[in-house]
Design a protein around this ligand. Structure first.
Ligand SMILES: O=P(O)(O)OC[C@H]1O[C@H](OP(=O)(O)OP(=O)(O)O)[C@H](O)[C@@H]1O
Ligand SMILES: Oc1ncnc2c1N=NC2
Length: 214
């Protein structure tokens, strides 16, 4: 599944058509994916996931920090949809903190911050929830690490997948949006820890990149 394909020439929406935190006015170019569209897409992904996991419990592994909003909203939809179709899927959430980006570049070394012990995954049906797959380095390394704990099944939900190489095709089972290769922020996606408090997914402006550069 490629998800909603956003074309290279998609200009995004003009900033004055939406509300966003005033302090980011100079730092973002446009509203690339409005919060409402993100939520509607996540609701549809929840339906796919419920069909595939049917009656087994879901062990959600949320990849911090970028994945925390996507994970919270996805798990909420799974709960709400489960209630209305009286097919309740028991969902447990665990977290892993990975860091690999400085400014807008992936550093060579991926490192796990905090505990790397995932033994709670043994024998479980695992859903890895990740905000974005860009070079795929993080997801490749994480999948290798997860496999060492012998889960029963592993599926990956990626809200955004960058059209950078065909590698990600095999890395994600559920894709929210396939986007061109440009740096986006918002909805918990950051640039040096900024913009996580932005509801929409936006394209960062040159000024924003300079202002918050490390
Ligand atoms: O496919 P890749 O090129 O590896 O990029 C994807 C990863 O990079 C970002 O993490 P980041 O290092 O920014 O940490 P954060 O999630 O805490 O912001 C993002 O949250 C993914 O985990
Ligand atoms: O576009 C992006 N925006 C925020 N964080 C990341 C991105 N790509 N890899 C990590």
């Amino acid at each position: 599944k490629r998800g909603i394909v956003i074309k290279d020439d998609w200009p995004g929406y003009s900033l004055d058509l939406f509300t966003y935190p005033e302090h980011y006015h100079e730092d973002i170019e446009n509203v690339y994916i409005p919060h409402g569209v993100i939520m509607n897409r996540i609701e549809r992904l929840a339906r796919y996931i419920m069909e595939d996991f049917e009656d087994s419990k879901i062990m959600v592994l949320c990849v911090l920090k970028g994945g925390y909003k996507f994970c919270a909203d996805l798990v909420e939809f799974i709960k709400v949809l489960g209630r209305s179709s009286n097919r309740y899927l028991e969902t447990r959430v665990e977290f892993i903190r990975l860091k690999s980006y400085l400014n807008d570049q992936s550093t060579e070394d991926l490192h796990i911050i905090g505990s790397s012990d995932l033994s709670f995954l043994r024998g479980k049906s695992v859903l890895i929830v990740e905000a974005i797959v860009d070079t795929g380095k993080t997801m490749k390394a994480l999948l290798k690490h997860v496999e060492t704990f012998e889960p029963k099944m592993v599926k990956v939900a990626g809200l955004l997948v960058k059209r950078v190489s065909n590698m990600e095709e095999s890395l994600t089972n559920y894709v929210g949006f396939e986007i061109p290769n440009q740096f986006v922020v918002g909805y918990a996606l950051d640039y040096n820890e900024y913009f996580r408090d932005l509801n929409h997914i936006c394209v960062i402006s040159k000024k924003g990149k300079m202002k918050y550069k490390i």
